[in-house]
Write a protein that binds this ligand. Sequence first.
Ligand code: PGA
Length: 251
Amino acid sequence: MTTPLVVGNWKMNMLASEACNLAQSLADLPVEGVDVVIAPPFTSLYAVSQIIKNTRLGLAGQNFHSELKGAYTGEVSLEMLKDVGCKYALIGHSERRQLFGESDAEVNKKVHLAIEMGFNAVICIGETQEQREAGETLKVIETQLCRGLAGLSGESIAHLAVAYEPVWAIGTGLNAAPEQAVEVHKFIRKILFETQGFSVKIGARILYGGSVTPDNCKELLSEEEIDGALVGGASLNFESFYAIIKSALEP
Ligand code: PGA
């Protein structure tokens, strides 16, 4: 059975002191049976890594540059993320794609780099409201997935998670219905195993993200197709994030 994965994406929220407080509460949790990962802002990564270093909690970078080092003012490299204890990296979040113009080609470069450097890559994909209304959801998913994962070897799948995050559900309070998520998750699995040539039925956990809350997490996470959640807003508060973690444990 796949171990569920719950990732808290803190985005551009929380000062270092707040991040440390939340990390400390999470570090005290018994989290056997579920992989819990937090993605604080860069400025808090080191401090948080010191708090969680002897726990089962994982640390993720929200983003990184696709070059390893150099004159890229304002950017952060994968090696820097590794240095502060990150084992996971989010790649191609829709906010990166929409607000910062991240392309599928860049996402692909980052996925390769992350896996080569021993990270667990969490690639985010999802359709906009207009694309869903135009009946293009599966086409968009296929394109983002195939371009994002182009050239990856079959073994890479063990170091990969795919987060299905419909853009219309992110931060809107309007989550996908479990049936909508399940349809896309099944399709993602099919693409991974057929089109991409990944033959092993292990790894590549498929997460749902987009307005996951304590109120809807049970119905989403109890679906067999949904291997975990990528949580934004509800991961900023201990009680709500813990409720989601618990429902991943006992769906
Ligand atoms: P949300 O964000 O849970 O606040 O909708 C999810 C995400 O962007 O990963």
